[in-house]
Design a protein around this ligand. Structure first.
Ligand code: 5RP
Length: 234
């Protein structure tokens, strides 16, 4: 099955919610905007809708937050640029794995958290798109992805485990998963995360940690879909 066919299988209400949220986010894009293009299956739907508008003459340029998004955008004919050309973006549209009531996010399920955080923090406005199941009372139901340097990852993992997490080195086909930046991802199962900012600040100070999947105070608006129904948080 091709990757596109895989993403276009709309089996569950949440799959259809991703499509509805992704397509809806494109309404916030205006002619001439520079865009942060997030990662994940929900963003796929935003890119697909955006490509229709580009074909009709909408003038935008995007910076992709992963190699996969870059390849989708190229296939869909969405013009791309780089941070060499522009350092501030008008709008980023990205997905998330968990979203709490304060719009703090847990991200990195696809392993693109470093580039996503660079793109989101470079954007004047960030819209998060997700299916309804991503909404949680507290972050940390699923493991927190932390990108680390491969060198000495075992030492870094041990230090994180001393903070109370159960650590798994992410793998792909029985080899360590390698991020777009050439790093490893540690999936860190903490007890529920009561203070995302504090945990992020603690983790980011550990030598070997490149970035965490905690996105605190970055989202301006969240669009949640379930079937065709949309809910907005801000
Ligand atoms: C990748 C991410 C994605 O945005 C997140 O995993 C959501 O993915 P999906 O839209 O497929 O549910 O953070 O690093």
């Amino acid at each position: 099955m091709s990757e596109q066919t895989y993403y276009e299988k709309l089996i569950t209400a949440n799959d259809r919610g991703k499509k509805a949220a992704g397509e809806n986010a494109v309404n916030y894009i205006e002619d001439g905007m520079t865009l942060g293009l997030g990662s994940g299956s929900t963003v796929y739907w935003a890119l697909k809708k955006l490509s229709e508008q580009v074909k009709q003459g909408l003038n935008v340029k995007g910076i992709p937050s992963s190699k996969r998004t870059e390849s989708w955008a190229k296939n869909l004919g969405i013009p791309l640029t780089t941070f060499h050309e522009i350092q501030e973006l008008d709008l980023a549209i990205d997905g998330a794995d968990e979203i709490d009531a304060n719009l703090h996010l847990l991200k990195g399920g696809g392993g693109s958290l470093v580039r996503e955080k660079i793109v989101n923090t470079a954007s004047k406005r960030v819209i998060i798109i997700a299916d309804q199941s991503k909404r949680v009372a507290q972050l940390g139901n699923r493991p927190l992805p932390v990108e680390v340097l491969p060198f000495g990852w075992e030492v870094t993992a041990k230090r994180i485990s001393h903070l109370g997490a159960h650590i798994t080195l992410r793998d792909k086909e029985n080899q360590p998963f390698i991020s777009d930046n050439g790093n490893y991802i540690l999936d860190c199962q903490f007890p529920l995360i009561t203070d995302p900012a504090e945990l992020h600040n603690t983790l980011i100070q550990l030598v070997g940690v490149v970035e965490t999947g905690l996105f605190v105070e970055l989202a301006d608006r969240v669009i949640l879909g379930q079937d065709d129904e949309l809910h907005y948080l801000e």
